[in-house]
Design a protein around this ligand. Sequence first.
Ligand SMILES: Cc1cc2nc3c(=O)[nH]c(=O)nc-3n(C[C@H](O)[C@H](O)[C@H](O)COP(=O)(O)O)c2cc1C
Length: 335
Amino acid sequence: MQRENKKLCQDQSEGVSTFNFPPYKFRLAFMKHPDLQVNIGGIKLKNPVMTASGTFGYGREFEDLVDLNRVGAIIVKGLSLAPSKGNPPPRIAETPCGMLNAIGLENVGIEAFEKEKLPFLEKLSTPVLANIYGKNIGEYAKLAERIDQIEGISGIEINISCPNVKSGGIAFGVDGGVANEVVRAVRNRTGKPLMVKLSPNVTDITEIALSVEDAGADSLSLINTITGMAIDIETRHPKLANITGGLSGPAIRPVALRMVWQVVQCVKIPVIGIGGIMTADDALEFLIAGAAAVQIGTANFVNPRATTDIIEGIEAFLAKREIPSVTNIIGTLEV
Ligand SMILES: Cc1cc2nc3c(=O)[nH]c(=O)nc-3n(C[C@H](O)[C@H](O)[C@H](O)COP(=O)(O)O)c2cc1C
C-alpha cells in the first residue's frame, strides 16, 4: 500500500495523470520562470525593468558589472543635436534618502552617439531607447527625424521635464499646450515608438499626460526629478553651482507612486514608473499601481547591479506565488 502511494506521487510529479491540468511539469516550469515579457507601446521587452536616462551612461560603462543582455531596455543619457558640456561643477549633492543633480544634460551629441556609442549597444539583444531634448521645438523635430533613420534605436523617450537646463527641458513639460506641440512635432517626423517623460513639477500631472497622449505618444514615463536645493551653512553657498537641482532617489518614491497611480487611471497608453526604485519590492509597488514597466535611476549609483537584482526579485516574487506572468500583477491594486 505504501509503495502504491509512493508510485502515485511519482506519477503526479511527472505529470502523467491526464486529469492533472495544467500539467504539473508545466506548472513547475512557470513557477520557476514566470513570463516577464511586456509590450510598451510597440516595444517588446523581455522584462519590465529598464535603465533610467542619465544614470546608466551609454550602457558600456556598466558592461563589466551588469549582464546588459538581461536588462529590459537601456535608455541612454539625454541626447541633443550638438554635444553639450552641461553645467559647471559642483553638479551633485547628497541629500537624506536621495541626491540632487544639476548635470545640465551633458552629452556627446547625436552624431558621436551614432558613430561611437551605438555600435556597442547594437550587439546586445536589449532594445535601446534614445532620450532626447531640444532647446526649441525645431530641435526636437530634427532629432526625431535623424533618429528615425537609425535602425539600432528601438524607440525615443522625449524629455520635456529636465529641471536643470536654461532653455528647453522642463519649459516644455509644465504647460499642456506646449507639451502637446513638442510631441506632435516629433510624431510627425518619426514612426518609432514614442515615450514621453513627464515632470512632477506641475500642479496636475494628469492634464499634461492627457495632452501628450492626444499628441500621439505611445507611452508615458514618470517621474523626472523634483526641483530642490541644498545649502552649505559654513560657506553659505548653494551646494550646487546651478543653485537648484533635481531630487531623485527613495525620497521621491511616494510622490512618484502617487503620480503614476493618478496617470494610469486617466490614459489608455502604458505608463512607466520611475522614482526611487531601489529593490524588487519597490518596483512591484509601481506595477501593482498600474505601471506597465519601471525604470531604475539613482539605485544604479548605489548598486550597479540594481537592475538585474530587481529583475530576479520580481521573478522570485511571482514564482513563489505561482503567478504565471508579470502582466497578471500589473494594475491589481485593491482600494
Ligand atoms: C545624475 C542624473 C542624471 C540624469 N539625467 C537625465 C537625462 O539626461 N534625461 C532624463 O530624461 N532624465 C535624467 N535623469 C532623471 C532620471 O532618469 C530619473 O527620472 C530620476 O532620477 C528619478 O528616478 P530615480 O529616483 O530612480 O533616480 C537624471 C537623473 C540623475 C540622478
